[in-house]
Design a protein. Structure first.
Length: 173
């Protein structure tokens, strides 16, 4: 089941979001590119590292500068003759700006993304069960000591780069 999921992982993502699997497939050490649709018609391009992969599960980890720091483990198991697939997300915002965005709807969008993915996988495999979700907050505290991570915020860096485009265009030889 997990081998099939890895081989067809992008096919189950919500419309407007793309997962570009590594040429070698989902294997430890490989990097995959992502295009994610954001509110307002914006697109976020980022990537993930395949941290772990075997016949029972695979784990993707976010890079520095991503909106959240964490990893997502996808797995499947059989219990009482029924196959269960799951996505376990362990994450926290990587800086105060992203924390604000995650608080104002980002967590909900993240949950919807993985619920859709599991529902699409289930439908493809002909399953009739429901997708259930359990959300547990491990730490409600803010990590203000990590506020300097804002320097690595890809959104802010991209914005600064884009505002400099006219200057770079004029300065061309």
């Amino acid at each position: 089941m997990v081998e099939f999921w890895k081989a067809h992982f992008p096919e189950f993502w919500p419309k407007g979001n793309r997962f570009f699997a590594p040429l070698a497939g989902i294997a430890p050490g490989e990097v995959a590119a992502l295009d994610l649709s954001m509110p307002g018609g914006l697109k976020l391009s980022t990537g993930v590292l395949v941290l772990y992969a075997d016949d029972e599960s695979f784990t993707l980890m976010t890079p520095q500068g991503h909106m959240f720091a964490g990893w997502i483990t996808f797995s499947a198991f059989v219990e009482d003759g029924v196959t269960h697939a799951q996505a376990q997300v362990l994450m926290r915002a990587s800086d105060p700006m992203y924390e604000l965005g995650m608080t104002m709807g980002g967590h909900g969008k993240e949950d919807q993304h993985w619920q859709h993915t599991l529902r699409a996988l289930s439908t493809h495999l002909g399953a009739t069960g429901e997708v259930t979700m359990q959300s547990i907050c491990v730490d409600r505290g803010r990590q203000w000591s990590k506020a300097t991570n804002i320097w690595h915020n890809a959104g802010i860096r991209s914005g600064i780069y884009m505002t400099g485009a006219p200057i770079r265009l004029i300065a061309r030889p």
